[in-house]
Ligand binder design. Structure first.
Ligand code: GLY
Length: 356
């Protein structure tokens, strides 16, 4: 078991290991007094792990109730959020009570926003069960739901009290969900950690889940560093959005049929090609990235026209006036923030369209 401290406006630990769910009640009790715990999860995760969490919490004196919603990005809406808030209100959840978010990014993001807004804020714990949630969304306190105009347009910064990442839960992930999570892990390699990138290049996982823990630990450590420097996304944290401007546009154009991690992989590949073709990025970097993404069965081609993507991207919340800030690599292991005029976005995406 490894503990990584996140020093944001409130500090908390991310605990990474195996067989942690059965001891989650004990771990939670170290930071939150026994109370009523609202377990939130979707119809995939709760039948698999809800019982284990419930039992563990009850053993430590917590009372539990469960809120379930249909899995998938389509549920990440204001209606699910309001349903959840009403559920907590009807059940007389108080400020002394807590939320336990058991699942992937959608569950963690909705639960976090419910925790931030219910009674102006109650405690919550993240228990990520996907690689994507483990390396990214469960850490750092970004919470959100989608609006019709785009992804994560309604949200809050609100840190969890604890993150418990039981890597055994990845064993039941469908291949596609496992794979899409790797895109977010590879992202850290390109942004800040050439050594991590090389691990992926040299087959860090060797096709075996047993090797995933050190990767998760490294990504969480890197995310913790970024978040402690810039919790509220004013500067360096934006680097974590590498591949996301185009990625979110792809998700939106596909009506969320293309999973987040796949869209981010396409976005990372395209923006790296565009950066290389614009003379910002070291030659050969996009080829390296494409090889690594393809090795882990991640897509590298853009499925929509540059105009469609740029129109979708311009409703993104990261747009400031007439400019948009993109995250572009200078080389593998180093990315920078690159501001371009919105009028140039279509051309920039076009520069990254074709793999070499
Ligand atoms: N997922 C990007 C961030 O947490 O900033």
């Amino acid at each position: 078991m490894k503990k990584i401290k996140i020093n944001a406006s409130t500090s908390y630990e991310v605990i990474i290991g195996r067989e942690l769910l059965k001891d989650s009640g004990k771990l939670i009790k170290e930071v939150i007094e026994p109370c009523r715990a609202v377990i939130i999860g979707d119809d995939n995760t709760l039948p698999l792990y809800g019982g284990l969490l419930e039992e563990s919490l009850k053993k430590e004196g917590f009372d539990t109730l469960t809120f379930s919603f249909p899995h998938g990005e389509k549920s990440k809406t204001t209606s699910t959020l309001v349903e959840l808030l009403e559920f907590m209100a009807i059940n007389n959840i108080t400020r002394k009570d807590m939320i336990a978010a058991l699942g992937g990014g959608v569950t963690g993001d909705i639960s976090g926003l419910a925790a931030a807004t219910y009674l102006r804020g109650i405690s919550y714990v993240q228990l990520p069960t996907t690689i994507l949630a483990a390396v990214d969304s469960s850490v750092g306190g970004k919470t959100a739901v989608n609006l019709k105009a785009g992804k994560n347009l309604m949200g809050a910064f609100y840190q969890p009290r604890l993150v418990i990442c039981d890597c055994d839960t990845f064993k039941t992930l469908p291949e596609e969900v496992y794979t899409e999570g790797l895109a977010e892990a590879i992202k850290y390699g390109v942004i800040v950690d050439n050594e991590l990138f090389n691990k992926f290049k040299e087959d860090a996982l060797e096709g075996d889940l047993n090797n995933i823990e050190p990767i998760i630990e490294r990504c969480v450590y890197l995310k913790g560093q970024v978040v402690s420097e810039d919790e509220f996304d004013k500067g360096q944290r934006q680097l974590l959005n590498f591949g996301h401007t185009i990625g979110h546009a792809i998700e939106k154009c596909s009506s969320f049929k293309i999973p987040h991690g796949f869209a981010v992989a396409m976005g990372m590949a395209a923006v790296t090609r565009a950066s290389e073709n614009s003379g910002i990025c070291e030659k050969g970097s996009s080829r390296l990235l494409e090889e690594v993404l393809q090795k882990y069965k991640l897509p590298i081609n853009l499925p929509y026209s540059s105009t469609e993507l740029s129109e979708a991207a311009l409703s993104d919340k990261k747009r400031l006036g007439d400019n948009i800030t993109l995250v572009v690599p200078e080389r593998i292991g180093r990315c920078i923030l690159h501001k371009i005029s919105v009028d140039h976005l279509t051309n920039f995406i076009e520069l990254g369209r074709e793999p070499r």
